[in-house]
Design a binder for this molecule. Sequence first.
Ligand code: FE2
Ligand code: FE2
Length: 322
Amino acid sequence: MSQWTNQSPEQEKMEQTGRNPFASKWCEAARSAKCPPTLEELLKRVHDLPTLPHAALKVMRMTRGVEVSPREIGDAVSKDPNFAARVLKLANSSYYGLPRSVGTLTEAVMMLGNRTIRNLTIVAATHQTLSQDLPGYDLSANELWKHSIAGAHVAIHLAEAAHYPYTEEAFVAGLLHDVGKLILSIYVRDFTEDIHFFMKNNVCSFVQAEKAVLGFDHGEVGGHIARQWNLPTPLVQAIAWHHAPLQKGQVIPLVGITHLADFVCICAGIGVGTNRVGEDLSDGVLETLNLTRNDVENALTFITEMMDETKDTDAVLLPKAA
Ligand SMILES: [Fe+2]
Ligand SMILES: [Fe+2]
């Protein structure tokens, strides 16, 4: 696979230190010309941070590692009637092949199971937001959504291969890993020329140039959004570090799974946009997860076949029943 090239000394240094060696010098120059905002300034300026329905967050929290009854889940979702209607519509879609249509959330949970409803809830909560076009990242409408849902499926696949116990968390991490792009797209667009100039001069990936020019990348912005949503710390870390999984010489398993899932989706050409250049597999990820390059190839085959099989339908956009 051509993306599996050796890292440059600068990339190695960045992986080891967690800091981009280009960043400070470049940012000084870039800021003096155009002044990109600091991350704090950016977050203060953004008044419309993406939101998640309270009911979706509640279901995620209440089903995390504990058994809850279908009734409890049904009650939590039903508190938000508009959202409950979206979840029910998805549950009744032909993809799940229920023998009859269900009229209540409790019934849907009983027939599909907690795991499927949990994933279906988070999909219903994010579908619209993640489907918008993001010109800064060269993504037209639906492209980020396809990348996100493919990332979620690959993350579960890899979690199972790595015997990582919290597969549901892997699904959510894969789904939400690029959420920071929603906010950053407009700023990236303003600095596109600088980013491309930096990439050309330093032979680096778009994300490295994004961080060097702006001072932060979409992962860090996404981590902030995840914190605002009160998502569990492992999910915040997975979103924030999905492009820099090696932190202080270590890779946290969920961060590694998210990085690898993103890498596989990029290799498969799903919703790639500006990430098409220079994306590489980080050191330490395969070792941490006890996976081999064969496992990565298998994940690539898995998602390529899934996308091919469902080419003319939107079935792949939905979380598969357990
Ligand atoms: Fe990303
Ligand atoms: Fe991504």
